[in-house]
Design a protein around this ligand. Structure first.
Ligand code: FES
Length: 168
């Protein structure tokens, strides 16, 4: 599930992504920077930027709800409801302990799953600098041309599963 290190290395930046007031109005904005699909979010007075395609199966995060879980502000992927923290791209989930099924579920971390980019504002302009964390992060898988092919493959599998579920 790895892409070449070359593709992940940002070549320039920061990139101008728009005027602050326009991005606030839009709340969620899609940009392609250096071939990378990025979602710029404005939520409760703060800008965030992350890979546009969900690390799980490449779902578009643009229409995900934003909610707080375990004290972390997260975007909830509209496709399968995975929760991703806006601040650092951590994947979190709640689960019951098998040894104590009667106890309330507790929150757990899957680690950093979604690549997060840096947003800066200068004189009303908003810029995104792509993450240069050198290691593979799961959302990298769905970027670029190879990522597009993988997203389509996952989409087709989902459609097949859904049609099977409808006919059974
Ligand atoms: S694609 Fe996002 S939760 Fe599955």
């Amino acid at each position: 599930m790895e892409e070449s290190a070359e593709r992940l290395k940002p070549t320039a930046g920061p990139h101008l992504v728009g005027r602050k007031e326009d991005l606030i109005k839009a709340k969620r904005s899609f940009r392609t920077l250096e071939g990378r699909d990025v979602l710029v979010i404005h939520h409760q007075g703060t800008f965030y930027a992350m890979d546009f395609h969900c690390y799980h199966a490449g779902g578009p995060l643009q229409n995900g709800d934003i909610e707080e879980f375990d004290g972390k502000l997260c975007i909830v992927c509209p496709k399968h409801k995975y929760k991703i923290s806006l601040a650092d791209g951590e994947g979190i989930y709640s689960a019951k302990k098998p040894q104590a099924p009667e106890a309330a579920p507790t929150w757990h971390s899957k680690g950093i799953k979604q690549r997060i980019h840096t947003v800066t504002e200068i004189n009303g302009d908003v810029y995104v600098t792509l993450s240069c964390v050198p290691r593979f992060i799961d959302s990298d898988y769905f970027q670029g041309e190879k990522g597009r092919i993988e997203r389509e493959r996952f989409e087709a599998e989902d459609a097949k599963k859904n049609s099977k579920a409808r006919t059974s």
